[in-house]
Design a protein around this ligand. Structure first.
Ligand code: HEM
Length: 239
């Protein structure tokens, strides 16, 4: 079995662990921003999604080095099995096991993303939610086992990662609530208006297509007032 012990290996393991944690946190932030449809002229949605994907791949590369060096280094006895099977490590089984759980969850997310075209969107989204579980577990592993966990700079890195992820989550929850309130307002406006001719449904909620198959779009000036308000409210939520 491949095994070795050296200062280089030990430092590489610790350094790649810390870089993995930072990249994993960045992946979470980018994922939350993309899912919440964060808007910016200089940073379009496709660029966010692309960056999210690339940073997650980079996190996996550093993680692979971290696990490999942890297993190879005989300074601690982690064992090959614990790279995949949680709590199988003779060295600090609980904390090392949490690292393995985080890796397993990340692998499930990565594999489902690779198979995205072949599985349903619902299944993919369900598995992708596991990412929300992997991040806190990885953080617990990092702070519970790390030699550097007691150092101020490591606490600073952990605090920065935590506030970035929680900040993004708070932004998403607030945005989601606002979108729901707007949808409720749109519903109230459309219900409150008496049904007359085809003025029942605002165009943004789906008008019947004409004979050519395309939905007719009356000019803003000719649309009834309630339709214009509903359309404006809906447009606020568009990515
Ligand atoms: C998402 C998964 C993981 C992340 C983000 C992660 C990150 C980290 C971090 C930040 C440290 C602290 C380094 C230091 O303080 O210098 C660490 C330590 C460690 N990790 Fe991981 N790790 C993960 C998974 C794993 C797995 C699967 C294993 C084992 C197979 C493992 C084995 C270890 C060991 C043995 C240490 C102890 C280093 C020490 O005692 O200082 N890690 N990890």
């Amino acid at each position: 079995m491949l095994a070795s012990s050296s200062t280089v290996l030990w430092y590489t393991m610790r350094a790649t662990g810390i870089v993995s944690l930072v990249l994993l946190s960045a992946t979470m932030v980018l994922g939350i921003l993309t899912a919440g449809r964060a808007k910016s002229r200089s940073w379009p949605a496709f660029a966010q999604a692309d960056l999210h994907k690339r940073v997650s791949l980079l996190a996996m590369v550093f993680l692979a080095f971290h696990v490999l060096t942890a297993v190879i280094d005989t300074y601690v006895s982690v064992g090959w099995m614990s790279a995949i099977v949680p709590f199988a490590s003779p060295y600090r089984p609980l904390w090392t096991g949490l690292g393995t759980v985080a890796v397993d969850l990340m692998l499930a997310v990565a594999v489902s993303s690779a198979l995205r075209q072949r599985i349903s969107a619902r299944t993919w989204r369900g598995i992708h939610w596991l990412a929300y579980g992997s991040w806190p577990v990885a953080m617990a592993h990092s702070l519970g086992i790390g030699t550097d966990a007691s150092k101020l700079w490591m606490d600073g890195i952990a605090a920065l990662c935590t506030s970035a992820v929680f900040g993004a989550l708070a932004w998403r929850i607030v945005g989601h609530r606002r979108a729901r309130e707007r949808a409720a307002q749109v519903g109230a406006i459309t219900r409150a208006v008496p049904v007359r001719g085809d003025a029942r449904t605002p165009p943004a909620l789906g008008r019947r297509p004409d004979r050519t198959g395309s939905a007719p779009s009356p000019s803003a000036a000719t649309r009834p007032q309630h339709q214009r308000s509903a359309t404006r409210l809906l447009e606020k939520d568009r990515p």
